[in-house]
Ligand binder design. Structure first.
Ligand code: BES
Ligand code: ZN
Length: 598
């Protein structure tokens, strides 16, 4: 790749900063968390490198109140300017510096509307006694709680001091406390350089429970038991992951279980994955999500997409890695089920976006758009399908060696589609034209749709589910079906296979036999509600309303609301529920739903 090419490739259309001129290297964050006013306030002090002896450094901000900026040891303020406010990108903050400036201290506060922050009332927590706060910085929301060079191509180390009410504890994507202290002041250190979207903070009534030597769980006291049971195997996952792709580079790996309004399934904040409580199914059936977030400790956190247009390098690699961990732990039959469900998601997304849509290419074009628009199953499942395709072309051993080397070579650095392809050429293809043709990078990465040569996964366990499904559709009563020992994945497959149109009697027959409406498994519930809505099965209405008003996970909310608004009566129902539920959702979810329901 030419230098010019590289410069272009790492140009981030979602950040105002100019890291090739002046770049932040280390952050000392000193903030106070005010639950009453719903603001954070304090200082962000940066050690900077002025590469071109410029007299300006640029940070990203969105909705921040900047009080003043100081340089080095000066007590006199320097001048700064906030540029035009863009709805998605926020405002650039131009700070006047000197060619020899080493540190920049920004005094600032957030506003209650900061999109990354969700402030929960005691009522919205498991314990109901204390308020709770968490951040969600990916993709470009770090700038709503810290003035920062907010591009995944820029890495910083950080330390932080966070003051919180005495009854609460603070945790971050860093070295964490294991218990509360008397002062309510917590210190953090992250000595490995990370991109801004991995800056994370949470504050609440938290306790810690170790799982292994290196692993453990933070949760509210009311949730810790259930979480410790559900995630008891996290240590084994770490062992499997290291065996596959090399040493874990972040020391500890802990989980933080959040209240149900958390908008995602999981977020791979370094050393401390944030996870939704909707995976607490009591049977460990949804823990592939932990394998996924853990895998990000390599794909994403260690080797990071340079811009959001290369999001597939984070997520596609992670899905591939996640399924390899699951295969290692639970065997091929188990992993095959996950692979098939993922393939179904991919087909669904391709139909949804249209197979000619440019958004079905792995390499995205997001200039002028919210990077959130790139957050589809394409990056995840087409990305994974491509890696499976390459694995099959070269053989698993060679591919594993390649991935190992890839993670080592680019560790604590960034990657782009071009960099990946260069590495593929030099390490695997090595001039073999036939292999290059087979790997077919152009078609996979730069073309829409799914290349025909893709591998179509199959699952022997699902084949049995399909037989059972047939039997039911041909009239065998639900209670007589052989569903013994089915995992939640088999149930999910069964529910997805149900016909679009079903009579009340058919719905009731299923529900009576399998109690879907009252399932404790969030994946099963979310899939079942779609049938309930389509078939006007009002028996499920109450459970659905409870689900929608307590759970904030966007992946579940969007399809359910979408199904509801397909009919006028459904739309009425949706709007009534949304009015009640909205205060419980994170901005990440309301941005999407406001648009859908307006
Ligand atoms: N990093 C993502 C979540 C994310 C992506 C947040 C883009 C904001 C912008 C995380 O690793 C993820 O993929 N979570 C999935 C779960 C996973 C098992 C597919 C989720 O939240 O559903
Ligand atoms: Zn992910």
């Amino acid at each position: 790749m030419t230098v010019n090419n590289l410069a272009q490739a790492s140009q981030d259309v979602h950040s105002y900063s100019k890291p090739k001129e002046a770049v932040a290297k280390h952050l000392d964050l000193d903030i106070t968390v005010d639950f009453e006013k719903k603001i954070l306030s304090g200082t962000a002090t940066y050690q900077i490198k002025n590469l071109t002896k410029t007299n300006q450094i640029i940070f990203d901000t969105r909705g921040l109140k900047i009080e003043k900026v100081l340089l080095d040891e000066d007590t006199k303020e320097t001048t700064f300017k906030l540029g035009n406010d863009d709805k998605v990108l926020g405002q650039p903050m131009f700070v006047d510096i000197k060619p020899e400036t080493k540190t920049v201290t920004i005094h600032y506060s957030t506003t209650p509307e900061a999109a990354a922050l969700q402030w929960l009332s005691p009522q919205q927590t498991a314990g109901k006694k204390h308020p709770f706060l968490f951040t969600q910085s990916q993709a470009i929301l770090a700038r709503t709680w810290i003035p920062i060079q907010d591009s995944p191509g820029i890495r910083i180390t950080y330390s932080a001091s966070v003051k919180v009410p005495k009854e609460l504890m603070a945790v971050m994507s860093a070295e964490n406390p294991k218990e509360k202290n008397e002062t309510g002041e917590y210190k953090f250190l992250m000595q490995k350089a990370i991109p801004s979207y991995l800056m994370a903070l949470s504050v609440g009534d938290l306790v810690f429970r170790p799982i292994g030597e290196q692993t453990g769980i933070y949760a509210e006291p009311a949730t810790i038991e259930a979480a410790a049971y559900e995630f008891a195997e996290m240590d084994k996952m770490l062992v499997a992951a290291e065996k596959l792709y090399g040493k874990y580079r972040w020391n500890r790996y802990d989980l933080l279980v959040l209240p149900p309004s958390f908008p995602f399934g999981g977020m791979e904040n370094p050393r401390l994955t944030f996870v939704t409580p909707t995976v607490l199914a009591k049977d460990r059936s949804l823990t592939s999500l932990i394998a996924h977030e853990l895998a990000h400790s390599w794909s994403g956190n260690l080797v990071t997409n340079a811009t959001w247009e290369d999001f597939w390098l984070n997520e596609g690699f992670t899905v591939y890695f996640e399924r390899r961990i699951m295969e290692e732990l639970y065997g091929k039959d188990y992993a095959d089920m996950l692979e098939v469900l993922g393939y179904q998601d991919l087909q669904h997304t391709l139909d949804d976006l249209g197979r000619n849509s440019e958004d079905t290419r792995l390499k995205l074009e997001l200039d002028g758009r919210d990077p959130d628009e790139g957050l589809t199953d394409i990056a995840y499942e087409k990305g994974n399908a491509y890696l499976v395709h390459i694995e099959r072309a070269v053989g698993r051993d060679k591919f594993d060696a390649f991935l190992n080397k890839y993670f080592q070579t680019f560790a604590f650095g960034t990657t782009t589609t071009d960099r990946f392809l260069d590495f593929l050429n030099s390490e695997l293809i090595k001039g073999d034209e036939k292999l290059a043709e087979q790997i077919n990078a152009d078609a996979w990465i730069y073309s829409a749709g799914l290349p025909e040569e893709h591998y179509t996964p199959a699952s022997s366990l699902f084949a049995k589910v399909e037989e059972t499904s047939q039997a039911w559709q041909q009239g065998t009563p639900a209670a007589q079906l052989n569903t013994k020992d089915w995992s939640s994945h088999e149930w999910l497959h069964f529910i997805r296979l149900l016909p679009e149109q079903m009579s009340q009697q058919k719905m009731a027959d299923l529900d009576k036999a399998f109690n879907f409406t009252n399932s404790g498994n969030s994946e099963i519930l979310a899939a079942w509600f779609l049938h309930a809505i389509r078939n006007n099965y009002i028996t499920a209405d109450q459970a659905m309303e409870i689900f929608l008003t307590s759970v904030g996970r966007r992946k579940f909310l969007v399809p359910i609301y979408k199904a509801l608004i397909a009919t006028p009566e459904g739309k009425k129902k949706a709007l009534a529920i949304y009015a009640k539920a909205r205060p419980n959702y994170h901005a990440v979810s309301t941005v999407t739903l406001d648009e859908m329901l307006k």
